[in-house]
Design a binder for this molecule. Structure first.
Ligand SMILES: [Zn+2]
Length: 184
């Protein structure tokens, strides 16, 4: 019956201790959402009524081990792959030394590989406005062409929670200890 779900289904609500203000005022809502050809996703929405702290996380329903997920992106097809990025997962594009490292309040979310490129583009644009380096035009141009699907690259997600997922033909999962290692 779960396959018939169309929108997020609220599983439960509870109250927990807020990591910012320490009050027992953190509302936790847990939703399940089914994505066709992908599987069941669990979403966690956190909101503190005392200090206003908000966060969210996401993960696949199946229990998994921490893993390194590698995708060889060759064009538009792979750019559309769905990515479940848990809060503690890092993302790296070794060819251009782009890296996203999570902080203590990072959120988890569902996106696509193209969506990740847009995030890198936004971050690079902001960084380059503040400090224009000789690398800036090069990296912004690379990101523009990557979003258009006209460059090949490798995307690495290091999933320390084991609840992340990228689904598609060119996706390879290996040991999380190989994270950051150069591709042979
Ligand atoms: Zn709070």
């Amino acid at each position: 019956m779960i396959e018939a779900l169309r929108g997020p289904l609220k599983l439960f609500e509870s109250t927990a201790k807020c990591p910012v203000c320490g009050g027992e005022s953190l509302e936790v809502s847990v939703y399940m959402y089914f994505i066709p050809y992908f599987g069941n996703i669990v979403m966690y929405i956190y909101s503190c009524g005392n200090c206003g702290f908000k966060s969210s996380n996401v993960g696949v329903l199946e229990e998994g081990k921490p893993k390194r997920v590698i995708v060889r992106v060759r064009g538009e097809k792979e750019l559309r792959y769905i990515v479940v990025k848990p809060a503690k997962a890092s993302i790296r594009i070794p060819e251009v030394s782009l890296e996203y490292t999570p902080g203590p309040y990072s959120t988890g979310y569902i996106t696509t590989i193209e969506g990740i490129l847009h995030e890198f583009q936004e971050a690079a644009s902001i960084a380059c406005q503040h400090a224009e380096t000789p690398e800036c035009p090069k990296i912004l141009d690379w990101l523009k062409r990557a979003i258009e699907g006209s460059v090949e690259f490798t995307l690495e997600m290091c999933d320390y929670e084991g609840t992340g997922k990228i689904a598609g033909e060119e996706v390879v999962e290996t040991d999380v200890n190989e994270c950051g290692r150069a591709e042979s």
